[in-house]
Design a protein around this ligand. Structure first.
Ligand SMILES: Nc1ncnc2c1ncn2[C@@H]1O[C@H](COP(=O)(O)OP(=O)(O)OP(=O)(O)O)[C@@H](O)[C@H]1O
Ligand SMILES: [Mg+2]
Length: 494
């Protein structure tokens, strides 16, 4: 057989493909440049009654979009792009269809060829559709699980309080959550800066992305840079040989909390400023910049303007961070929230410790309201926790708290005559004053209890820090925490 010229071969291929499609498809049609139907196959006629036509003559010549609801033949003609596989649904049923543009020798679209490949694909393609459906459901449930895992533990509403000051903090937090700007959280220790940072992240568009915190005060100065920016592989020998990502990279797409920003060494302050301006980090030992997209929340209990004035904090970094400052009020500035806070914290303590919930008597609340709370809500939490652990009583009175706070249970219970001079330790008083004699074991116990109280007070109720101050372990401190203190009215000078 003689070899055919290439163009003739092509023409034959086109012709026989057309014949095969036209005869094997469940129906096919040709549409011209103006969207008019110019031809339909014999098999296509089966769909005409459902489309509202009784003869091919009435159907041919109409614009396709007027007689075949939901068709995309017009789109194929207008864009010149094929739609190889699609599902078409209208009153005639659901069909698997294919639509191809037709072009002349100059490459211009002259019309389109449409085929119904299958009708009722729901039944004929059942195994495929079922499998697709199953995969889709699996994907949905995996997505839900992932979302649940990622859902932040906190929200802005976790910041308890309905005083004007607390509501204003929450209003500002909700507002900044809508933005991508840097946020600066200012407030004394234990006022809830970290809690609020979590809440802002959770309320922001970045909620599904990581929230990463670095406590600058807790990382040795020499390690801070690596902690922030990461280390390139091979930068060091030994453990760091493989390199590692920094916190900026870990927080990419999400939020980075720079806690205790006031404790940042000056040298690192300028590097941080550059990162904030350029949105790029350079891992140690690498000369490649990595682009990062991170929202910064900085927090500190220190007086940044004063630090700027004395030259320990860079002014330009301060202004860069101070775009949206939120000042968290001290607990003593929102006494009205004390009861709600006690309620929430007591519930949380009982949930975590497995101990029954303990309610507070009115005299206990009065006593707490008179305290200055230098350690703010963290101190309140610790005091509640200690009081809860120290007794089996189901409700807590002033007596349970007096020793913990280093005050008499009732203001009038400590006559001025037995009050020690300010700062004078109890034991000295016991030895020198002509007060009744105290046996040594009791005097030692009193001195110990007093030292523990003072340490807890100085550290805002932070037991780990108090144990360090006292030079004992945290476990020992727990053992030594004063037992139930109902009738104690220890005179204190502080
Ligand atoms: N408004 C609040 N509602 C409920 N709990 C709070 C609130 N504020 C603080 N807390 C709780 O008090 C404790 C201390 O809060 P957090 O760690 O956020 O304080 P901070 O301002 O970051 O303190 P620091 O400056 O010492 O780091 C946490 O247990 C926190 O859950
Ligand atoms: Mg904090």
């Amino acid at each position: 057989m003689n070899k055919l010229p290439d163009d003739q071969m092509l023409k034959l291929a086109a012709q026989s493909m057309f014949d095969v499609f036209a005869s094997t498809a469940m129906g096919s049609m040709l549409v011209d440049r103006q969207h008019r139907i110019v031809w339909i196959s014999e098999s296509y006629k089966q769909f005409l009654p459902a489309l509202g036509f009784h003869s091919a003559e009435a159907f041919v010549g109409k614009r396709v979009e007027e007689v075949v609801p939901n068709t995309l033949m017009n789109e194929v003609i207008d864009t010149g792009k094929p739609i190889l596989v699609d599902l078409l649904s209208n009153q005639a049923g659901t069909f698997l269809v294919s639509r191809l543009p037709l072009r002349n020798e100059a490459g211009e679209v002259i019309g389109a060829f449409g085929m119904v490949l299958l009708d009722q694909p729901e039944t004929t393609m059942q195994p495929l559709i079922a499998k697709f459906g199953r995969l889709q459901r699996e994907l949905d449930s995996a997505r839900q699980q992932l979302a649940a895992q990622r859902r932040p533990k906190y929200s802005i509403a976790s910041f308890i309080g309905s005083s004007t000051a607390a509501m204003e903090v929450k209003r500002q937090a909700r507002r900044v959550a809508q933005t991508d700007s840097t946020v600066l959280l200012l407030g004394e220790t234990g006022t809830g800066k970290e809690l609020l940072a979590h809440g802002i992240h959770a309320a922001s568009a970045r909620a599904g992305k990581p929230f990463v915190g670095v406590n600058i005060a807790a990382v040795p100065e020499t390690l801070l840079e690596a902690e922030f920016f990461g280390v390139a592989p091979g930068a060091y020998t030994g453990a760091e040989r493989k390199g590692r990502d920094g916190k900026f990279k870990a927080a990419n797409g999400g939020t980075l909390l720079l806690d205790e920003i006031g404790d940042m060494p000056l040298a690192l302050q300028s590097k941080l400023l550059r990162v904030l301006q350029e949105q790029e980090v350079e891992p140690l030992g690498s000369n490649q910049l990595q682009r990062i997209d991170v929202r910064i929340i900085a927090a500190t209990s220190r007086d940044l303007p004063a630090m700027v004035a004395e030259g320990t904090f860079r002014a330009d970094l301060y202004y860069r961070l101070n775009v949206l400052p939120i000042r968290l009020p001290a607990l003593r500035e929102r006494q009205g929230d004390l009861e709600a806070l006690v309620e929430t914290l007591a519930e949380d303590i009982s949930r975590r410790s497995g101990l029954p919930h303990k309610s507070l008597n009115a005299d206990a609340l009065d006593l707490l309201a008179r305290h200055d709370w230098p350690g703010n809500i963290r101190e309140l939490r610790n005091v509640l926790e200690q009081a809860t652990l120290m007794t089996d009583d189901s409700s807590l009175g002033a007596g349970h708290f007096a020793a913990l706070l280093g005050v008499p249970a009732r203001a009038e219970s400590a006559p001025a005559s037995v009050r020690a001079a300010p700062g004078a330790p109890n034991m000295v008083e016991a030895v020198e004053a002509d007060a009744p004699w105290t046996p040594l074991p009791q005097a030692v116990a009193e001195l110990e209890a007093r030292a523990i109280r003072q340490a807890l007070q100085r550290t805002g109720g932070n037991k780990l820090a108090a144990a360090r101050l006292l030079g004992i372990s945290r476990a020992t401190l727990y053992q030594k925490l004063p037992p139930a203190t109902h009738n104690e009215s220890s005179p204190t000078g502080d």
